[in-house]
Design a protein around this ligand. Structure first.
Ligand code: PBG
Length: 331
């Protein structure tokens, strides 16, 4: 037995009671931190569960209000809308992205009318609409930056006019934030915010999302010529600095958990509203272990999200938004 003198400071004292642990807790997850990404399709009828994202659905316009209702009721501040575009509407230019009557514009109008109190985030990128699955326009196999930006700015303007509150460019083209800001300002959409996917990595963790959209099948080469190399961190800081300079109101790091170091550095360097996207692959990993009863959802979902708060996030895009909001309400 150890007979020496114990230290006067005992870290365990502050851990010995539930009330004490609550008193010294440094970070807390709140419903106010949550953004729920949802998938909207053209077919009506029973929502279709996404195989690699159990618990997440492709929802038609007819069921949209019903689907989003619980999020509004739970007080989730914003939702992010993603389209599932049928193959016959996809083409090389992603033309459907600039159809003012496309599924996202229709959804935005419908949701604004039903729930004026919830923030609507609209993704700006061409991948749901192109037959090749890239976020921009291909020229000789290479995604042409400036031609893509031109269309992305038009897409952003359409979304804003349909009622989208936050434009979220996820395409990683150079100069897109500036182009989108000036397109919006020219039409006096000065209150439309921009949340840029500032540091978005060429990640394997987007697999289930691409399955959900059907945008990965024909993606012959990957997105490494525009999304970031996961080896790089300094470069992420430059990306964020540029997007802020071009007029981004909020910045995002994506994926989430594998890039916590980036989130922390972004927040401490720039002190601006910083978001993380806990992406489809992160969700799929946790869900497959949860469905196998290898992990306890009541513990691991909250734990995985609290990591983002510790790293300095103001909010998190997560497919667990509804689950965790319900859990927080019951606590
Ligand atoms: C498209 C886009 C992607 C995601 C959000 N917007 C996929 C990609 O870049 O291929 C991924 C989201 C997720 O995996 O949950 N620009």
């Amino acid at each position: 037995m150890f007979t020496g003198k114990f230290p006067t400071v005992r870290m365990r004292r502050n851990r010995s009671d539930e009330w004490n642990r609550r008193l010294v807790a440094e970070n807390r997850l709140s419903v106010d931190d949550l953004i729920w990404p949802i998938f909207i399709r053209e077919e009506v009828g029973e929502p279709e569960e996404i195989k690699s994202m159990p618990g997440q659905f492709r929802v038609g316009l007819d069921r949209l209000v019903e689907h989003v209702g619980p999020a509004v009721e739970l007080g989730i501040p914003a939702i992010a809308l993603f389209p599932v575009v049928p193959g016959d509407k996809k083409d090389a230019m992603g033309s459907e992205a600039i159809n003012p009557d496309n599924i996202i514009c229709q959804a935005a109008k419908k949701l604004k009318r039903a729930f004026p109190e919830i923030g609507l985030i609209g993704d700006v990128a061409l991948d749901p609409y192109t037959d090749h699955g890239h976020d921009g326009i291909l020229c000789n196999g290479y995604v042409d930056n400036d031609r893509s930006v031109n269309i992305l700015a038009q897409q952003a303007l359409l979304l804003a006019k349909a009622g989208i509150d936050i434009i979220a460019p996820s395409d990683m083209m150079d100069g897109r934030v500036a182009a989108i800001r000036s397109a919006l300002d020219e039409e006096e959409m000065i209150h439309t915010r921009i949340m840029s996917y500032a540091a978005k990595y060429a990640s394997g963790f987007y697999g289930p999302f691409r399955e959900a959209l059907g945008s990965g099948k024909s993606l012959k080469n990957n997105k490494k010529t525009y999304q970031m190399d996961s080896a790089n961190a300094e470069e992420a800081l430059r990306e964020v600095a540029m997007d802020l300079e071009e007029g981004a109101d909020m910045v995002m790091v994506k994926p989430g958990l594998p890039y916590l170091d980036i989130i922390q550095r972004v927040k401490s360097r720039f002190a601006v509203p910083t978001f993380a996207y806990q992406v489809s692959g992160e969700y799929a990993m946790l869900m497959s272990a949860i469905r196998n009863e290898w992990l306890d959802p009541k513990i691991v979902i909250g734990e995985s999200l609290l990591a983002f708060k510790r790293a300095g996030c103001d909010g998190i895009l997560t497919y667990f938004a509804l689950d965790i909001a319900k859990q927080l309400r019951n606590e």
